[in-house]
Design a binder for this molecule. Structure first.
Ligand code: NAD
Length: 265
């Protein structure tokens, strides 16, 4: 049976979509004919080239808005821009995120504040702006890219773990509030995905430890991931497309693991 996600003509905002998971999720939606607003930092020329290439290779309109996810006013502008340019907002993917690794006692205060702002508070601000639009439409899909670290902790990632547990809790509260409105809210909790960020970590760790990249992957990066295999973008896209389609209508308030068994332990 061929699966038809039936998303043609819908609209989406994907925060932090100039790189890694967000960029891949934006491409997956655009390939289904969803008109998308990209967001995130990076070289303006590269972002524009990518935006044009995505638009050319799909049936979708692809726009870009440079809102800084630490700034509530800019986040509200991003959602208003999507509504003004595309006429409606069907899908919000809260994906922007950063990492900082440090013991709690020496965790820099400003890194804590920035990480919480991007990884947690931006999810609140974007969702707050999107809900009235989605409620008025009688349908909407909020998908928060949390992490396995939204379900279990690791040392030295206190801010990240706090933010991602927060995202999972906030997702559940939204799902309950929105349960009768046609709007769903879910969190995707990936294990390690080989994004540019993780690729750089492999190179750095191999140098620092004087071991081969393959050993870094298995013994350091994927130490907690029982299948010792990175999560693929296509696997995340499959989960996202399910959630945002009509097939996902009864799935709300879920924290869906896609982590090679990490959180089973
Ligand atoms: P990435 O660094 O490749 O991409 C992060 C994106 O966020 C970029 O587009 C960046 O420009 C944007 N961004 C950062 N700060 C911003 C700000 N202030 N305002 C607007 N945009 C900003 O990272 P990634 O690995 O693709 O991670 C994406 C999400 O997935 C994050 O929330 C991350 O926590 C989560 N995640 C990643 C992994 C993994 O293994 N890579 C695993 C689980 C969860």
């Amino acid at each position: 049976m061929a699966v038809d996600y039936n998303l043609e003509g819908q609209t989406a905002v994907i925060t932090g979509s100039t790189s890694g998971i967000g960029q891949a999720m934006a491409a997956a939606l655009a390939e289904q004919g969803v008109n998308v607003v990209l967001n995130g930092f990076g070289d303006p020329a590269k972002i524009e080239a990518y935006r044009l290439a995505m638009q050319k290779s799909t049936n979708a309109r692809v726009l870009y808005h440079g809102a800084d996810m630490t700034k509530p006013g800019e986040i509200a502008d991003l959602i208003a821009y999507a509504q003004a340019e595309l006429g409606r907002l069907d899908i919000l993917v809260n994906n922007a995120g950063i990492q900082h690794v440090s013991p709690v006692e020496s965790f820099p205060d400003d890194r804590w504040d920035t990480l919480i702002a991007i990884n947690l508070s931006s999810v609140f601000h974007a969702t707050k702006a999107a809900i009235p639009l989605m409620k008025a439409q009688g349908r909407g899909r909020i998908v928060n890219i949390a992490s396995a670290h939204g379900l279990v902790a690791s040392p030295f990632k206190g801010a990240y773990v706090a933010a991602k547990f927060g995202v999972v809790g906030f997702t559940k509260a939204c799902a309950l509030e929105l349960a009768r409105s046609g709007v769903t809210a879910n969190a995707i909790c990936p294990g390690y995905v080989k994004t540019p960020l993780v690729e750089a970590q492999i190179v750095d760790q191999a140098k620092a430890r004087g071991i081969a990249p393959e050993r870094v992957i298995e013994e350091v990066i994927l130490a907690a991931q029982p299948n010792k295999t990175f999560v693929e973008y296509s696997q995340l896209a499959g989960m996202l497309l399910y959630l945002v389609s009509d097939m996902g209508a009864s799935t709300t308030g879920a924290a869906l693991s896609i982590d090679g068994g990490w959180t089973a332990a």
